[in-house]
Ligand binder design. Structure first.
Ligand code: AMP
Ligand code: MN
Ligand code: MN
Ligand code: MN
Length: 279
């Protein structure tokens, strides 16, 4: 692909196929309205959006097929975006099938934990909220808000679902090398999603990147939504130091979240090599 500085890329966002609120077509429409030229839909552990889009031939922007895989590294939940993948490839299908099973089992375990708090209808009601069996923690969070167990989504993560909390079950995900292998075998580029979100120390982030690169990882998001300039500078410098491709995206989930609107993110650092230059 020829990359020109004037194209707007958004290489990270979600639809109703995972925990987003817009259907793939609604999302694409909104992205086009927001001035996005090149979009990757990166739903959690599924490429279902691409299947849903198969019958649509005229799209208002260029699509780069993608996915956001969940993995675990040193007991930390890490997300790896696979960009420019072939959604129909065997490798991707194998990966998605594994993660789908893991997600289903995890939902059962989360529901079991919630039963211990006296919330007996968690799985049933959360499945209805998700609308399919691709259940994520945000769907459980919504359930907990609906039954009045917590006052808002943030509290649901703080009390039950967030990192280190009782319903944070992550051991079922594929490990880092496996996740990266699926992406590479599907013809894609493995990219570390939102590096600043894990709250890792710099030393730990560098240690992660060493393992990531050793396993075949090739890029990192230097810009994720609206982030402060010092974070971008830091990530850009790490990206160059580790010789990784740089990516950017909004991590859009739903309208109304100002910090994660389609096509809106902090300025892409000029001194990093854009991941799209390599496609
Ligand atoms: P899952 O893929 O089921 O593990 O859910 C992870 C998703 O939960 C993330 O992609 C976010 O959309 C959402 N999430 C994670 N932490 C929080 C939080 N503290 N508050 C609100 N949403 C969150
Ligand atoms: Mn999400
Ligand atoms: Mn993520
Ligand atoms: Mn995401």
């Amino acid at each position: 692909m020829t990359a020109t500085a004037s194209l707007k890329y958004d290489l990270h966002c979600h639809t109703t196929c995972s925990d987003g609120s817009l259907s793939p077509l609604e999302l694409i429409q909104r992205a086009a309205e927001q001035g996005v030229d090149v979009l990757s839909i990166t739903d959690h552990d599924t490429a279902l959006a691409y299947q849903q889009l198969e019958s649509t031939n005229q799209l208002p922007l260029k699509i780069i097929p993608g996915i956001e895989f969940s993995t675990v590294w040193r007991k930390i939940n890490i997300h790896i975006v696979g960009l420019n993948i072939q959604p129909q490839s065997d490798a991707l299908k194998i990966g998605v099938t594994h993660q789908h099973q893991a997600r289903k089992e995890r939902a059962e375990r989360i529901a079991e934990k919630l039963t211990g708090y006296g919330f007996n209808d968690a799985l049933d009601r959360t499945s209805k909220i998700a609308g399919n069996d691709n259940i994520g923690r945000p769907h459980f969070a919504q359930y907990l808000v609906e039954i009045g167990a917590v006052s808002n989504i943030k509290q649901a993560f703080k009390k039950f679902l967030g990192s280190g909390k009782p319903c944070d079950i992550k051991q079922l995900w594929a490990d880092l090398p496996q996740t990266i292998e699926w992406i590479l075998d599907a013809g894609g580029t493995p990219v570390l999603a939102h590096p600043a979100k894990y709250k890792l120390t710099r030393t730990k982030l560098l240690a992660f990147l060493d393992d990531f690169i050793a396993a075949g990882g090739q890029g990192m998001e230097v810009v994720s939504g609206k982030q402060i300039p010092s974070v971008t500078r830091d990530l850009a410098s790490i990206c160059r130091q580790k010789n990784l491709y740089a990516s950017c995206g909004s991590d859009f989930h739903q309208p109304g979240q100002d910090w994660a609107e389609l096509g809106q993110y902090s300025t892409f650092p000029a001194d990093c090599e854009p991941v799209w230059d390599h496609w």
